[in-house]
Design a protein around this ligand. Structure first.
Ligand SMILES: NC(=O)c1ccc[n+]([C@@H]2O[C@H](COP(=O)([O-])OP(=O)(O)OC[C@H]3O[C@@H](n4cnc5c(N)ncnc54)[C@H](OP(=O)(O)O)[C@@H]3O)[C@@H](O)[C@H]2O)c1
Length: 288
C-alpha cells in the first residue's frame, strides 16, 4: 500500500498526516500546492506515473466561499480541473481515490438530514465547483469514493472554532448567525474514519456523507466553544443574529445536516456527537 495525500497542509490534511503516521507509518507521501500543484496536468501525471500509489486522498481545494464569487476561475481550477487531473490518471494507473466534497452542494431547503441520493442544488460558486468536481471524478474514475463532510473545524488556525477563540481573547463583541443549521465535523474524527476505511481493505465506491452526530447553528457552536474553553461569561454575551445581518458575497444554505446512515452501515463507523468532539478539540488547543 502506498498512499498519496494532497492538500496535506490544510486542516483536514494535517489531521490525516497525524492519523496516517500512527496507523500506517511509512505508507504515505504528503504533498501540498508548493510540491505538487494539482492544476498542473503535466506535473500531476509525472508525479503519479513514477509514484506507484495504491490510493490518493485528495484534501486539496479552493475553500474561500465568499471570495470564490469573484475568483471563479481559480475556484474552478482547484475544485474541478485538479480533480479531473487525478481522475484521468486513476483509470490509467489503477490507484483508488478518496476525494473530499462538501455539504454546500445542497441548497438547504429540505429541513431534514440530507442523504447521498438527494439532489444537489448548490447556491454558490464554491458549491457549484465542488459538485462539478464530484461529477467529473465519478465520470472519469467511477471506482472513486467521495466523502461529503459538514462544517469542518480543528485546532489549526482559520476555522470557525479558532476564530471564535481569537475573537473572545480580543474582547470584540460577538454577533453570530443562529438561523443556519449544519453538522459540525471534527477534522480529526474524519481523518481517523478515512484512514480506517483505507486500512479496512473493503472498498465501496460512490458518495458518502460524514459529519459529527447531532445538529447545531453557528450560534450553538460558538457558545459551546466558549463554554468548553472556560469562558462562560463571554458565551452568555454572544448575540444570536439572523443571516440577514451577515453580508457575505456567497449565498449559503440554511440547513445542511447530513444523514450518516450509509457510511455507518457500510464501514461500521462509530461517529461521535459534535459536542463530544468539540470538547476534545478544545482540550487539544488548551494543551498547545
Ligand atoms: N473547511 C470546511 O468547513 C469544509 C467543509 C466541508 C468540506 N470541506 C472540504 O474538505 C476538504 C478539506 O478542507 P480543509 O478545510 O482542510 O481545506 P484547507 O485547510 O483550505 O486546505 C486545503 C489545502 O489545499 C491546498 N491547495 C489549494 N489548491 C491546490 C492545488 N491546486 N494543488 C494542491 N494543493 C492545493 C491549499 O493550499 P493553499 O492554502 O496554499 O491554497 C491548502 O493547503 C476540502 O475538499 C474542502 O472543500 C471543507
Amino acid at each position: 500500500m502506498k498512499i498519496l495525500l494532497t492538500g496535506s497542509n490544510g486542516q483536514l490534511g494535517r489531521e490525516l498526516r497525524r492519523a496516517l503516521d500512527i496507523k500506517a507509518p511509512g505508507d504515505a507521501v504528503y504533498t501540498d500546492i508548493e510540491d505538487l500543484d494539482l492544476t498542473d496536468k503535466t506535473a500531476v501525471a509525472t508525479f503519479l506515473r513514477t509514484g506507484d500509489f495504491s490510493h490518493v486522498i485528495n484534501c486539496a481545494a479552493y475553500n474561500a466561499v465568499d471570495r470564490a464569487e469573484e475568483e471563479k476561475r481559480q475556484c474552478a481550477a482547484a475544485n474541478i480541473d485538479a480533480v479531473s487531473n487525478l481522475g484521468l490518471l486513476a483509470d490509467e494507473l489503477g490507484f483508488k481515490i478518496i476525494h473530499i466534497s462538501t455539504d454546500y452542494v445542497f441548497d438547504g431547503k429540505t429541513y431534514r438530514p440530507y442523504r447521498e441520493i438527494d439532489k444537489p442544488e448548490p447556491l454558490s460558486v464554491f458549491g457549484v465547483t465542488k459538485r462539478k468536481g464530484e461529477t467529473a471524478l465519478l465520470g472519469l474514475a467511477p471506482e472513486s469514493m467521495i466523502i461529503r463532510p459538514g462544517w469542518l473545524y480543528s485546532p489549526y488556525p482559520g476555522n470557525f472554532v479558532t476564530t471564535i477563540l481569537n475573537l473572545a481573547s480580543s474582547g470584540a463583541p460577538m454577533r453570530i448567525v443562529a438561523d443556519r443549521i449544519g453538522s459540525p465535523t471534527y477534522s480529526a474524527d474524519l481523518a481517523d474514519a478515512i484512514t480506517d476505511i483505507i486500512l479496512s481493505g473493503h472498498w465501496s465506491p460512490g458518495i458518502f456523507n460524514y459529519a459529527g452526530e447531532g445538529a447545531a447553528s453557528w450560534y450553538d457552536m460558538a457558545v459551546a466553544t466558549l463554554e468548553y474553553a472556560g469562558m462562560s461569561d463571554l458565551a452568555a454575551k454572544i448575540v444570536p443574529v439572523s443571516s440577514a445581518d451577515y453580508h457575505g458575497a456567497a449565498t449559503r444554505p440554511y440547513y445542511t445536516v447530513l444523514d450518516k446512515s450509509k457510511i455507518k452501515a457500510t464501514y461500521g463507523i462509530d461517529i461521535p456527537h459534535w459536542l463530544n468532539s468539540l470538547r476534545r478539540c478544545i482540550d487539544r488547543i488548551n494543551k498547545q
